[in-house]
Design a protein around this ligand. Sequence first.
Ligand SMILES: Nc1nc2c(c(=O)[nH]1)N[C@H]1C(S)=C(S)[C@@H](COP(=O)(O)O)O[C@H]1N2
Ligand SMILES: [Mo]
Length: 431
Amino acid sequence: MHKPSSPGDAEAISRRAFVSNSAAWTMTSLAAAQPIQADILSGAATNQATALPACPHPFLTPAESFNTVARGNPKPHTLTGKALVEARMTPETWRLEMTTDPQVEPPYVTQPARIQAPHTLRDGTALDLETLRELGKSHGVKFIKATQCLNIPEPLGQGLWEGVPLREVLKLCGKMKDVRRIYYRGFHNEDPEQIFQSSLSYTQAMETPPGGFPPMLAYRLNGQPITPLRGGPVRMIVPWAHGFKSIKWLQQIFLTNDYRANDTYALQNNDPESHLKTSAYVDPVPERMSASQPVTLTGKVISGLSGLKRVEYSLRRVAKDAQPQEDAERAQPEADWKPCRIYPPPDWEQILPPDVRPHQLLGFDARTGQPREWPMRFGTGYWGITLHGLQAGVYEVRVRAVDGNGFAQPEPRPLRKSGGNAVEMQRFQLS
Ligand SMILES: Nc1nc2c(c(=O)[nH]1)N[C@H]1C(S)=C(S)[C@@H](COP(=O)(O)O)O[C@H]1N2
Ligand SMILES: [Mo]
């Protein structure tokens, strides 16, 4: 179902997408500077007489209900008692070291990075949680963001993250010279084999467009301290990126003059600069349903760097024993794609923690308390369709997202290593 397309297919698809989407491109380029809103369609527009059932997913995933991706033996979040204290993974014992990489490698790196004020365990200058929270009182930010693994075709969860922008923490290092990248890693059982690390360029760490989401050191999730399971006490959150940049159990920042990404994921044949991509996912459908009832299909959609224009579905009846066609485009070059409905925003005052107002969140309008885009950028939205009057038979339904530039999934990045983006299919039988 999530088989990547071959490079040859990708080329053919992009040519076709260019031809069929050229009108949409012109329209969206005129509105380039505007925040985009996906079409929240009325029943009439999608030819649906009845309303959708209540949204099947929460807009904030409870911290313990995220799907977890973690390496380590033992996995750091399973530590308890003395082991957790020794790992410096309790709120009282947590420390962050900030040091420089002394390495030079002529002719690529001729000067080592230097900072005025290193923060080390040895000197007792490592940052503690109280200091970080204190910084949060003047410089804290909050935003809602989806977590998505580059290698797993299903969003892992969506949380309200709260913390201090990385740029404010780096300021504590004073004057810097010859720093081009920020390398960072979490607790790894004192075993170099278990290191899972990531990196940002100096520019990505220090500069954020006005109103945009900065990379941050997070210490609250959904209004609560972050538990070890979700990467606490302190976790990096990189808003635009797949999960591998959001290092859990953060403990070390190295400032380096090396311009190359050192991400563990890069060494595993992934694109370390990939962004969250606009992509739709289908909830599991019962294999058999009654032909006398309308069929409701729902799912998730992530609005990635390119934003979300709409979600579309394509339905076709197939022979009972037909092999599922894995590649949507090859299976249905003339597929008849129709718009799905997007669930509207929830009542934020109801779902946010009691001490948080929607007006305070990045990505929300400070006056109206409503999100500036819907679904929110780097967030998960939900879609649904209700199909009436289908005859008995076997059906395949495919769903795809169309981004703000008019690219339909799996474009613009069908390459597996910048994040899976296959068009999902579900098959069901009506009798
Ligand atoms: N220290 C550490 N951080 C990590 C990982 C890890 O194995 N170790 N996995 C990363 C990956 S690949 C993903 S997708 C996300 C998953 O976050 P979650 O477990 O909170 O859903 O955490 C990231 N941060
Ligand atoms: Mo991941």
